[in-house]
Design a protein around this ligand. Structure first.
Ligand SMILES: [Zn+2]
Length: 157
């Protein structure tokens, strides 16, 4: 298998390939946390735009969009940046910190949407790690498109 980078994804529900952006769906939860008095976003997923794969569709806090829409105008990436930090122009008195439950989850989701070959290579991460493929590399070199493509070629079927 060789996914077309940043166009084809692996469904978080059924594990098969989302062949084209028009077949895909992005869903997550967004709710107002009373204690923190801010919005919280979490549980980001990419799946087929089919009832059997859409897991959050009936959740009362669901936010969602077509995969092709978000890829076309980069809107999900822009939203994710905003959730992590609204930027330097917001008044400090309105700033309540990141509007996410888990920063690592959001950055991981950003990698899927923005790093060529990451979506496919991440499947083989454990194999590559067990093989000491990453020894001597750092958090930059591990995620370079060249490295990610190499992981696929080496550990993919
Ligand atoms: Zn699916």
């Amino acid at each position: 298998m060789m996914l077309e980078p940043l166009k084809q994804f692996i469904c978080d529900t059924c594990g098969s390939t989302i062949e084209k952006p028009e077949d895909g769906w992005v869903e997550w939860l967004c709710y107002y946390d009373e204690q923190k008095s801010k919005l919280i976003n979490k549980s980001f997923r990419i799946c087929h735009h089919e009832t059997r794969c859409m897991k959050l569709a009936n959740h009362r806090h669901v936010s969602d969009n077509h995969l092709n829409n978000i890829l076309e105008d980069n809107s999900m990436v822009i939203q994710l940046y905003g959730m992590l930090d609204p930027g330097p122009f917001i008044s400090p008195k309105h700033y309540k910190g990141p509007e996410v439950e888990d920063i690592r989850e959001v950055v991981e989701f950003l990698r899927r949407l923005t790093l060529p070959y990451y979506e496919e290579a991440k499947q083989y991460w454990h194999d590559a790690d067990a093989d000491e493929y990453f020894s001597g590399s750092n958090e930059l070199s591990s995620y370079l498109p060249y490295t990610l493509k190499n992981i696929i070629e080496r550990y993919g079927n």
